[in-house]
Ligand binder design. Structure first.
Ligand code: ADP
Length: 446
């Protein structure tokens, strides 16, 4: 009976009741009609109540499935219409469920892409309210806390240029781009605001894309400074060569002593240019990683002795005490011996240059936490505290050094060599007392 459609069931039940009343009338006359009628009414009430309960159960099931438990499915029982309804609702719920899962998977995917993006992304409505923003945007604009949707753009940043880019793009409904300097966190950003309509209204919102140009701009500045410094440094010996040539041309060539003197000056300027160009090329090779290092296990004592040997005569001539202090148990170091010799050469020649006669230069070595340290300390003029952080920069020379020979590239090259060995290099100095340059190298193949 449960599989029978409601229409047939009602027809069968009504016919059965009519038959019941007819049989009652035939068998028992008026009393039979009344009794059969009462029985029929009771049966009708019972059947209606059962049907109402089935509907109520189904309704509650639907409510549970759609609003409380998305995994719950309707029980397809009762009359055929209710069964079909239950099955249809089950199919509908399954489809909506799969659509919701697909959409939430897509949302999670988009949210993780936005979270991982290096570019800052902010969606702002025409009232200046943030609809969404990724962590990079907050970080770039220097926001202290997490950027929540619903916040005003002005609470994320009060930089007028950023706000201006967004409002102009919403007002004009055109893309607006601007390069912005954020002085509080020393950043250069490219802000591009693209308007896009809301699907549900005529209002326009803006998609603000922020790209960090700080490193590119810094590189640009460094490159420009390098070109300008290199040209300046090359111009100085060139000017010397021109002056010597002109002096020779204007008569000095006929004077034996003058000729030798100016030719010698030309030779020195050419050497200076040659040194400068070699150092610039070496620096460029180190910076681009083209300068390949040949690593080997080297005895530190041999390494230091080779470097010191080159300077013992010059040190003695300059009345400087050149001392070496290495513990006996210093382990072998894993280095490119020629390159580390270049580092020692630069540090010792600087120390000799900046230490007045009577002073001393000490080369030390020690082990700290599995790393070998070397240092070159002098009792020379020292470096002003404001200049000390810049000594490793390309072409940097202190005021006193400007009139002295030297390219200003030596320490920069030395630091790049130590970097390429995976080590660190540091400088300490006290004006009037001396300076110490230290660096690390590794003892084992890393
Ligand atoms: P340079 O070719 O001019 O020696 P460096 O890069 O080796 O170039 O050194 C940069 C600058 O650092 C020098 O011009 C000098 O002003 C300063 N400097 C380096 N070493 C010393 C030192 N031991 N004592 C004092 N000043 C130093």
């Amino acid at each position: 009976m449960s599989n029978v459609s409601l229409r047939w069931r009602m027809l069968a039940e009504t016919s059965a009741l009519v038959a019941l009343v007819a049989v009652g009338t035939l068998l028992f006359g008026a009393a039979g009609t009344i009794l059969a009628g009462i029985l029929a009414v009771v049966v009708v009430i019972f059947l209606s109540l059962r049907l109402t309960r089935q509907f109520t159960d189904l309704t509650e099931d639907v409510i549970r499935t759609t609003s409380i438990d998305r995994l719950h499915r309707l029980d397809p029982s009762g009359p055929a219409e209710l069964k079909r309804l239950a099955r249809a609702v089950n199919r509908l719920v399954a489809r909506v469920d799969s659509d919701i899962s697909k959409e939430s998977r897509e949302r999670i995917r988009l949210a993780s892409i936005l979270d991982l993006m290096r570019e800052g992304v902010v969606v702002v409505d025409d009232q200046g309210v943030i609809e969404s923003a990724n962590p990079a945007a907050g970080e770039m604009l220097g926001s202290i806390g997490y950027v929540e949707p619903g916040m005003q753009l002005t609470s994320l940043t009060n930089h007028p240029d950023v706000i201006n880019v967004v409002t102009r793009s919403i007002e004009t409904e055109k893309q607006v781009a601007s390069e912005i300097e954020l002085f509080d966190n020393q950043r250069t950003l490219m802000a591009v605001s693209t308007p896009f309509p809301r699907p549900d209204s005529s209002a326009v919102r803006a998609l603000l894309l922020l790209t960090d140009l700080t490193d590119i701009r810094r590189l640009d500045t460094t490159r420009r400074e390098f070109v300008s410094n290199a040209s300046h440094e090359l111009r100085t010996p060139l000017a010397g060569i021109r002056a010597s040539a002109e002096t020779l041309q204007s008569g000095a060539i006929d004077d034996g002593d003058g000729r030798a003197k100016f030719l010698n000056m030309i030779r020195e300027d050419v050497d200076r240019m040659d040194r400068l160009i070699s150092e610039m090329l070496e620096l460029s090779r180190l910076e681009s990683g083209e300068s390949l290092l040949v690593f080997e296990n080297v005895d530190p004592e041999t390494l230091v002795a080779t470097a010191v040997k080159q300077f013992s005569a010059v040190a003695a001539e300059s009345e400087l005490d050149l001392k070496v202090s290495l513990p006996d148990d210093l382990p072998s170091v894993y280095v490119d011996a020629d390159k580390i010799d270049h580092v020692f050469t630069n540090l010792i020649s600087n120390a000799i240059k900046w230490t007045p006669a009577g002073g001393s230069i000490q080369i030390k070595g020690w082990v700290d936490d599995g790393t070998v340290w070397f240092s070159v300390a002098d009792t020379g003029l020292g470096i002003e505290p404001e200049h000390l952080p810049h000594v490793f920069e390309r072409f940097f020379k202190t005021d006193a050094a400007r009139s002295q020979p030297g390219t200003g590239l030596g320490l920069s090259i030395a630091r790049h060599i130590v970097d390429a060995h995976g080590g660190v290099m540091s400088a300490t100095s006290t004006l009037g007392e001396g300076s110490e340059f230290a660096f690390t190298v590794s003892t084992v193949r890393s």
